[in-house]
Write a new protein. Structure first.
Length: 255
């Protein structure tokens, strides 16, 4: 069953309870009308019941850094990555964040969302192999034509919120056409700090044309609680919206 209702996130809070103390329904502010577009989708993985909020949940968007999750799976499946500890050396090129200016493993590159690590991985795997695996996973439009190492960063690859939710659901159930051991490894790497490991996910952020202002944010993942597990996919669009901002707003809504 799929329900679209103004208080979907209050319903989510009643369903999910990230911790035993999350018994009080939160203020329903995750998609307040402040000029930003957006979508929130939630699925109870035990019952299959779904909730939605927002009128553009079927609008394809670039995945930005949420693509690091399928990208890591493809890297492991093709042998381009040896495992979570696969090390890539920082080459000294200018980077926008100090956390990127060092050597990284797959695990730390996912945690710090290190673009250069995954650009290098994309070149190693090759566009045709990536396209094939994306089609096998039914991931978005599987279009990698816009650039060998940038197609997910505002390029040709797009996916809507429903597609993200289906991907997260399949990953949580280890039902993707990928070695289950690789799915378990990637799931272990996207667990968010705090909440006793109950909250897992990946952010993604898009910029305006001159890369001076964040204008779009994704947060996809799962949350576990005493009442079961839900999968979610959320995005917001407008000046100042980024993946971390969507993540923190969703976290606040769920407390």
């Amino acid at each position: 069953m799929n329900r679209s209702r103004p208080l979907a996130l209050t319903t989510l809070a009643a369903t999910i309870a990230l911790t035993a103390s999350c018994a009080t329904p939160p203020t329903d502010h995750a998609l307040a009308h402040d000029g930003a577009n957006g979508c929130v989708l939630i699925r109870d993985l035990d019952t299959g019941e779904s909730w939605s909020r927002g009128a553009q949940c079927d609008k394809p968007k670039p995945p930005y850094s949420t693509f690091k999750i399928p990208h890591a799976l493809i890297g492991l499946e093709t042998g381009a990555l040896s495992g979570p500890g696969h090390l890539e050396r920082y080459d000294g090129a200018p980077v926008p964040y100090p956390s990127w200016a060092k050597d990284h493993t797959l695990e730390t590159a996912i945690g710090a969302s290190v673009v250069w690590y995954f650009e290098r991985l994309a070149r190693r795997i090759g566009q045709e192999a990536i396209r094939k695996h994306l089609k096998d996973m039914n991931y978005g439009n599987a279009d990698v034509s816009s650039g060998e190492d940038s197609f997910w960063l505002g390029g040709s690859l797009e996916i809507d919120a429903q597609g993200q939710l289906e991907f997260v659901t399949a990953l949580e159930r280890e039902a993707l056409p990928v070695d289950p051991a690789h799915q378990r490894a990637v799931k272990a790497m996207w667990v968010q700090p705090g909440h006793g490991g109950a909250f897992a996910g990946k952010t993604g952020s898009g910029y305006d044309s001159d890369r001076s202002v964040f204008t779009m944010g994704w947060f996809i993942g799962t949350a576990r609680g005493p009442r079961g597990t839900v999968a979610f996919a959320a995005w917001r669009e407008g000046d100042g919206w980024s993946g971390p901002r969507v993540r923190e707003e969703l976290r606040a809504t769920l407390h």
